[in-house]
Design a protein around this ligand. Structure first.
Ligand code: F0G
Length: 474
């Protein structure tokens, strides 16, 4: 895609520009340029939205206070752009007010207290923000509303993505709303049946590819050169713009008091990038007085960025340190949390930069830790898909290592709904969950212990038998 040249704009007058994040380049481009990486140097792009607030002011800026009032006033409105938990923050999005937004009324997701998960981690309190409560059951919707709106503005015919399942379901739904064709590249046999079912129902052209997610992602980068095609993966900076509003919504729910720590799963690294950008923008507006430490948790068998992070030298952990130029990928990533089965995350540089600036960390957890944490989140009455449970598993690990204190405030972001992967849930509870046994898995199969199993039991069809069974299980 890098060879598709677009003119750099030095003095853009638009509300926003796309800018290369690499220190030696920093080239800026107009927001209607259809580019996904910097045409000049191939570096990652991010959107810079202009507003009149001064950077890092200690008190809320006039702009910040005015924005807070406007956002609050939208609470009672029935206008779709006010009801959407993304578009209600439109002042900070790279679109004009007249943009033909494509929305399914995403966002406005709950922030729950999770006492059992807190106790499991060793925390006094833990809150979980459930992005699985979005229209297609995952956090992807907050980014997709922005990306598909941009696709419409650019006159694209087909929006495409590579996916481990959730991006696909989300793109398929938003493209359907917009009347656009969507095409999705999935690693054959490696995504959950529930996610595939969604994409079929929303009418996407589903292409099952022989290979893994990283192979699909490589193909997407080639397809991006075609003028009819619009790439909706999180390499696309407009996806990140939509997803950054989750940081705004979360801070509103926290009365603008940032928690000490925010923990998210890591796969292709778009989500951590987006949250970090959102917090940074609020800091710039003076709406929060510090950044929460951002922790990204990968599955042990698919943890290239956690590995790179563990080997960084202290000088490389400074906020202004230059980014490493390369990251060693994992050729054959393994995890039962198929959503994050990714060995070469495309947004690793942006994610690393935002984590380092926040003073956070990137770590990994085992399959057993993910499975048990998931069951505990279920016991809080919340539930999530396996990838989301890396958050609670990761927090438990950070507590045990003394990196997070018992009384500190922590928010975990759950990225997908429990019904996204019912096969995994059933296997955990009936004791048949085995890691390393999937397609293309080279590792020896290892059974996962069902530590918190709650299997169904056969009960005779009589009142007495049922009451006896319940008494025994009380
Ligand atoms: N959690 C869930 C449920 C996901 O589906 C994903 C990514 C992640 C976490 C990781 O987020 O990629 O922004 O770091 N799923 C993508 C997909 C890759 O295709 O659905 P990330």
């Amino acid at each position: 895609m890098a060879e598709k040249m677009a003119p750099a704009v030095e003095q853009a007058t638009e509300k926003a520009v796309q800018r290369c994040i690499l220190a030696g380049c920093g080239a800026a481009y107009g927001v209607r340029e259809r580019i996904y990486v910097c045409p000049r140097c191939g570096g990652p792009l991010e959107i810079e939205v202009r507003h009149s607030a001064s950077a890092s002011s200690p008190a809320p800026s006039t702009t910040g206070v005015e924005l807070q009032k406007r956002w609050a006033a939208r609470g009672g409105s029935r206008e779709p752009r006010d009801v959407s938990g993304v578009w209600r923050y439109r002042e900070l999005l790279p679109f004009e007010d007249t943009a033909p937004i494509v929305t399914l009324l995403e966002g406005r997701t709950p922030l729950y207290d999770a006492p059992r998960s807190a106790e499991y981690c060793g925390l006094a309190h833990l809150r979980l923000k459930h992005q699985g409560c979005n229209p297609t059951g995952s956090f992807k919707d907050t980014g997709m509303t922005a990306a598909v709106t941009q696709a419409v503005l650019l006159g694209a015919r087909t929006a495409v993505c590579a996916s481990t399942g959730n991006t696909a379901a989300s793109l398929a739904a938003y493209a359907a709303r917009a009347g656009l064709q969507s095409a999705i590249l999935l690693p054959r046999g490696q995504i959950s049946a529930a996610k595939l079912a969604q994409s079929l129902d929303y009418g996407a052209a589903v292409c099952e590819i022989e290979g893994n997610f990283d192979d699909c992602m490589r193909l997407i980068q080639e397809l991006g050169d075609d003028p009819a095609i619009y790439v909706a993966n999180s390499i696309n900076p407009f996806r990140i713009e939509g997803q950054k509003t989750v940081a705004f919504e979360l801070m509103e729910q926290c009365n603008w008091q940032p928690p000490n720590h925010v923990v998210v799963p890591g796969g292709n690294m778009g989500n951590s990038t987006a949250l970090g950008k959102g917090f940074q923008e609020l800091l710039g507006l003076g709406l929060i007085d510090r950044l929460p430490k951002l922790h990204v948790v990968q599955a042990e068998g698919a943890a290239p960025l956690a590995r790179l992070f563990a080997n960084l030298k202290p000088a490389e952990l400074r906020g202004d340190a230059p980014l490493p130029a390369t990251m060693a990928g994992i050729p054959n990533p393994q995890t039962l949390a198929t959503a994050i089965k990714i060995g070469a995350p495309v947004s690793w540089q942006k994610s690393l930069r935002t984590v380092v600036r926040s003073g956070g960390s990137i770590l990994s957890v085992t399959e057993q830790e993910i499975a048990d944490a998931k069951a505990i989140i279920g016991r809080d009455g919340i539930g999530c898909e396996p990838a989301s449970a890396t958050t609670v598993a990761g927090m438990k690990k950070l507590l045990a290592a003394g990196r997070v204190g018992r009384e500190e405030s922590v928010v975990g972001v759950l990225t997908g709904h429990v019904l996204k992967d019912p096969d995994y849930v059933g296997r955990y509870h009936n004791g048949s969950l085995v890691s390393g046994s999937g397609q293309n898995d080279s590792a020896a199969p290892r059974p996962i212990a069902s530590t918190f199993a709650n299997p169904p039991e056969r009960v005779a069809a009589s009142k007495a038998a049922i009451l006896e069974n319940l008494a025994r299980r009380r």
